[in-house]
Design a protein. Sequence first.
Length: 279
Amino acid sequence: MSIDNLPPLRDVIATHDLAPKKSLGQNFLLDLNLTAKIARMAGNLKEHDVLEIGPGPGGLTRGLLAEGARRVLAIEKDPRCMPVMAEIAAAYPGRLQAINGDALDVNPLEHLTPPIKIAANLPYNVGTELLVRWLTPPQWPPFWVSLTLMFQLEVAQRIVAKPGSKAYGRLALLAQWRSDPKIVLELPPEAFSPPPKVNSAVVHLTALPAPRFEADAGTLNRVVAAAFNQRRKMLRSALKSVDPAIEDHLNAVGIKPTERAEQVGLEEFCALARSIHNQ
């Protein structure tokens, strides 16, 4: 059963000669029922505008519109996809705007009205960079209320990881400090064209009204980056570059200087960042 009156995605790809390009990190979803399911993972869309990055042949775009998104802004680097976007826009008058450009260069607030959700089958080569950017704006709360994003499963696991695991690191701390991240769907390689070598997962992150624990964002980022850059080292060595008196700060907040980064929780890292920032 089709979710709309537009052609199946395989036909769209053939008609517009949209062979996925490795250089753009493209892996297209082909099942419209699956793209509609991913759109539903973003929650109720009827009261929200949606930002989509890398729509490709428009599978998720159509899912978002069919599920009732108020308006969709789709940003696509590949000019080959723009005629497809025009066809979808014609089927959903006034509800889709497509921009041929780089997501890193576009200010969504110039085109969308809050509340805004972000939903995307992100190209693998920019996914993590975009997530970090969305999690570290100058002001919080951010312009978005939730993110529903496709990642390689290994990246998704890093976003939701807990202390003590190999996956735990900077991405987990950044995500969990200011949002509530959950893996909501896992997908095998054959859901995509071309099939990637690994499984994928959809992560849904809901923005918290304020960070879980107080900390200066810049200081926390510096501390966490240094700690996990040398994750096998004891913190007193790994963090020496952040502050020469790091042992005093660690002792002051109850972290053993001999501890390693992957054993330290978010609350403790925030306390350490406060100690360094407030000295």
